[in-house]
Design a protein. Structure first.
Length: 304
């Protein structure tokens, strides 16, 4: 009988543990063996205590607890590294990813698909700002990376054991699993779903974290920002040469170049542009610096 691993990263989700297990119990079929693996990403509430209590009474439930918060992507990586199933289904611990979709994912897996991914339908309950920024992020990521990462693609997916074994060899410090799974290839199928409301608690992703995640995704799969930096440099060198010709032409006519204000604005503009371009280069250099340290992407404090 095939075995399925359910991977659930959690961070301060004490109020969602029992509802998640109840929803999974209603969904999981007797046609498969199951293990439910919670990855506690350094929670500061009673999440770990609840997981330990559940694990003592249910042999299917296991937990991994990090020494500190390493982030959702690294939590998923730990789950993929340590799970023992013939496939793994990963979903968020806040019940926004509907467990009811798991049987359909397993059906497609049985049909030979090695990756079954999901696409989040546009949720009109979200603010216009969140919907626009999500759309803009995917457009920029597609244009920058050269990969077709579909709108609304989520970390709610099924991966076959052969895919998990390949991912175990990845040791990138800045993981962007949506891009990595897309880049890997394999036979795949996409399912659409409507996200549910978070059961309890608040989202852990604020605007700053979302921007950081977007930059991480772009710089992990593309060097196009560096080419853009070169293009901007050449463009403004050409513009400065044109302005120099203009100044010399006025000088031959006996007209001095006037306007201290315009000079200061120009200096400030190019100073800001230089800082932006140095920042782009610095991100890539920083990634190389962190990669060369070869530190582990997560540290397990305890597990059952």
């Amino acid at each position: 009988m095939k075995k399925v691993s359910i991977l659930i990263p959690v961070y301060n989700e004490a109020g969602n543990i029992a509802p998640m297990l109840e929803a999974l119990d209603k969904t999981l079929s007797d046609c498969y063996l199951y293990e439910i693996l919670f990855i506690d990403d350094g929670s500061s509430d009673k999440t770990l205590e609840l997981l330990k209590a559940v694990a003592e009474s249910d042999s299917r439930v296991h937990y991994i607890s990090f020494a500190r918060n390493f982030g959702q992507q690294n939590a998923l990586k730990a789950g993929m590294d340590l799970c023992t199933g013939d496939c793994a289904v990963m979903l968020d611990g806040d019940l926004q990813h509907p467990p009811e979709l798991i049987p359909k994912m397993l059906e497609l897996w049985d049909d030979g698909y090695e990756i079954v991914y999901t696409r989040r339908k546009e949720d009109r309950r979200l603010s216009l700002y969140k919907r626009l920024t999500s759309s803009l992020f995917h457009r920029i990521l597609r244009s920058m990376s050269g990969m077709h990462i579909e709108q609304g693609i989520a970390d709610f997916r099924l991966l076959d054991r052969k895919v998990l074994d390949v991912l175990a060899s990845f040791h990138e410090p800045d993981l962007f699993l949506r891009g990595i799974v897309q880049w890997m290839g394999y036979r795949r199928f996409g399912l659409d779903y409507m996200p549910e409301q978070r059961f309890t608690g608040e989202t852990k992703y604020n605007s700053i974290k979302l921007i950081k995640h977007a930059v991480q995704g772009i710089t992990s799969f593309s060097v196009k920002p560096l080419y853009i930096a070169v293009f901007l440099g050449l463009l403004f060198v050409a513009l400065s040469m044109s302005y120099l010709i203009y100044v010399l032409w006025r000088a031959t006519l006996g007209l001095g170049a006037s306007g201290w204000a315009s000079t200061i604005v120009t200096v400030m503009f190019f100073g800001g542009l230089n800082m932006l371009l140095l920042g782009i280069i610095g991100i890539y250099v920083g990634k190389i610096f962190i990669q060369t340290k070869r530190r582990p992407t997560y540290i397990v404090r305890e597990m059952n």
